[in-house]
Ligand binder design. Structure first.
Ligand SMILES: Nc1ncnc2c1ncn2[C@@H]1O[C@H](COP(=O)(O)OP(=O)(O)OP(=O)(O)O)[C@@H](O)[C@H]1O
Ligand SMILES: [Mg+2]
Length: 284
């Protein structure tokens, strides 16, 4: 069976996209699902969170990066299967959860530009380029479809060809957002884009979810904004609190740890969110 495909996206930066991808992937993998995370962000945040810096350096030296995967289509050469680029069993959670990762590197930001330059000079227009990025991403997933229950894309802030491709092939979209006015404005514009992609595939808008992040229960602005979001969008019941432990969990630990050790007091809410996510995307 094909895996569920989910993009975690927001035009806005710093809203907790990578943190959400990492904690969700770790929780679901530790519950026995086979999860693949694909890092589409040159900042490589989720790669560092899930693989740690040492392994990230090793993978990079072995050319097992998303840059190298796409490079072979831009520059040619002997093609390698997508699965050969994927790192198996990452994460510092104990029990070797089935959590795999395709890392990104800072150089990934140049691939898109090189690809555009090359393909535009060959006469492709923007629509065709979009299709090309989508096809490449799609065939990547097909190559590993039997191996996973869930594929999660961590998208960069702003918009990129790769993020567009991920949105276009994802069955579900999760938009993490901080409950404040500026962030809510940002969702309107972005949601339209996501909706268009869903409609093209005859999916309905109930596949686009907003996740409230960095929530401060004692903050009355957060309370009122969270209520407005709930009226206007399809929002997860679970709100991810602003919590020191969640920020600390980003740092790799050389000692394996349980989810409870890693996320501390926030682990219950992280498990709740994972449970709600499973229900909504049909991974029960
Ligand atoms: N619930 C939370 N509580 C406290 N800190 C958090 C929480 N979620 C995220 N952070 C912190 O906020 C910062 C931004 O989070 P993160 O990198 O996940 O956001 P992002 O949306 O992926 O950012 P970018 O747009 O740059 O990719 C990080 O320092 C992270 O540790
Ligand atoms: Mg990020």
């Amino acid at each position: 069976m094909a895996p569920r495909t989910v993009s975690v996206v927001n035009m806005k930066g710093g809203v907790g996209k990578s943190t959400t991808v990492a904690s969700l992937a770790e929780t679901l993998a530790s519950e026995g699902l086979r999860v693949l995370v694909i890092d589409l962000d040159p900042q490589s945040n989720v790669s560092m969170m899930l693989a740690g810096q040492d392994r990230w350096v090793e993978l990079r030296q072995a050319n097992r990066t998303i840059d190298e995967y796409f490079n072979q289509y831009v520059y040619g050469g002997e093609p390698r299967f997508f699965r050969e680029f994927v790192a198996n069993r990452v994460s510092d959670i104990a029990g070797e959860p089935s959590l795999d990762l395709l890392i990104s590197t800072p150089e990934f930001r140049y691939i898109e530009r090189h690809a555009l330059e090359k393909w535009v000079s060959q006469g492709f227009d923007i629509r065709q380029l979009n299709t090309r990025f989508s096809r490449l991403t799609h065939s990547a997933i097909e190559n590993v479809a039997d191996s996973y229950d869930l594929v999660l894309f961590d998208c960069p802030p702003g918009i990129s060809m790769f993020a567009e491709a991920a949105i276009e092939l994802s069955e579900f979209i999760v938009i993490p957002t901080i409950p404040d006015y500026v962030s809510r404005l940002g969702i309107f514009a972005f949601r339209k884009r996501a909706l268009r992609s869903m409609e093209q595939r005859r999916f309905t808008d109930d596949r686009i979810y907003t996740l409230i992040t960095k929530y401060e229960a004692g903050n009355s602005l957060h309370q009122s904004e969270a209520a407005l979001l709930k009226d206007q969008f399809n929002v997860f019941e679970t709100r991810i609190p602003q919590a020191e432990q969640i920020a600390r969990a980003a740092e790799w630990s050389d000692h394996k740890r349980t989810l409870e050790q890693k996320y501390g007091d926030a682990s219950a809410v992280i498990r709740n969110f994972a449970g709600e996510f499973r229900e909504r995307v049909g991974l029960i």
